[in-house]
Design a protein around this ligand. Structure first.
Ligand code: PDD
Length: 294
């Protein structure tokens, strides 16, 4: 979008009152602990035609991440209002848009210990228009598997994403669109997606624990399965048995439901998006719009 103004929200020790500025004018200190240590957490939320999707669930997850890493964000209750204002200022009130929300422990001289007394955490929010992933959703994607070298708290939406960066790049280098992490022989999730399989009509997905992010799209998909009376088992898929599945798909805020047609160059099912995946894709948007907050 050419004339999109790209206003962002920043509140930090440099902007203690909070400011809405064009992205190019936002300054972050090199002493921000996000820069030194990836000492922060984030959220990724979207809108459908200007309406925030499942903001309550996203804010709950954000608060859970903040609490888990002991960041006390004073303005966490203003986030919905900040997002609404950014939609207005960026003229995105009718669009599908993506919010990136990041909080770090703030700015202080480099030292692993928490700053004492505590510094003001940094809060940054940006919004960009979404281009729908039409190709991925229609033809499906190819994925690879990689060892899950991430830490043991993948349930926290940490900004420390180096393992995911390397895995996603390995996928691209191999001509694939996503990498699936394997821990102890089991597939946990993708670099930025949750994973679902279908075997003999049963939908399988990894149970919630410290090895996966509790995806909001995962919740919505499970709700949808319940509404459609489709059987679900929250059981991890093993890296060895993935090739025997009838269907495979991944979910995320921006991708919604994307079919997986090959893993490590071996086809899943007949190498085409499966019928149940197609059905869930078709019903997903309907369910989203029916359950959107006003
Ligand atoms: N990623 N697993 C991981 C590791 C993720 O980073 C994400 C989301 C998901 C899916 O969660 P949700 O359905 O709430 O989007 C699963 C976001 C989109 C991102 O980092 O951009």
């Amino acid at each position: 979008m050419n004339n999109y103004p790209d206003f962002c929200y920043i509140r930090s020790s440099d902007y203690p009152a909070g400011a809405i500025l064009p992205r190019t004018q936002v300054r972050i200190s090199p002493d921000d602990r996000g820069f030194y240590f990836a000492d922060g957490v984030y959220e990724a939320v979207r809108t459908y035609a200007g309406k925030l999707f499942r903001m309550t669930e996203h804010l709950q997850r954000f608060q859970r991440s903040l609490q888990a890493v002991r960041i006390n964000l004073p303005d966490r209750h203003n986030l919905k209002q900040i997002c609404t204002e950014l939609l207005q200022r960026n003229d995105l009130k009718e669009n599908d848009a993506f919010f990136y929300i990041q909080a770090t422990r703030g700015t202080a001289p480099r030292n692993l210990l928490f700053p004492a007394p505590p510094t003001l955490p940094t809060l940054y929010v940006s919004v960009t228009p979404i281009t729908p992933p039409v190709r991925e959703q229609s033809t499906g994607i190819r994925v690879i598997t990689v060892p899950d070298i991430r830490w043991q708290r993948c349930d926290i939406k940490s900004i420390g994403l180096l393992a995911s960066v390397l895995a996603r790049q390995s996928a691209a280098d191999a001509g694939a669109e996503e990498a699936l992490f394997v821990r102890n022989g089991l597939i946990t999730e993708g670099t930025h997606t949750n994973l679902f399989g279908v075997k003999d009509g049963i939908i399988l997905t990894h149970p919630l624990n410290n090895h996966i992010l509790p995806g909001v799209t995962r919740i919505v998909l499970l709700e949808l399965c319940q509404r459609l009376k489709l059987p679900v088992q929250e059981t991890a898929i093993s890296a060895d048995s993935v090739y025997e599945l009838d269907e495979l798909f991944v979910t995320s805020t921006t991708w919604e439901v994307v079919p997986v047609i090959a893993v490590n160059n071996r086809p899943i099912g007949n190498g085409q998006p499966g019928p149940l995946t197609r059905h869930l894709q078709a019903k997903f948007r309907e369910h989203c719009l029916a359950t959107i907050e006003h």
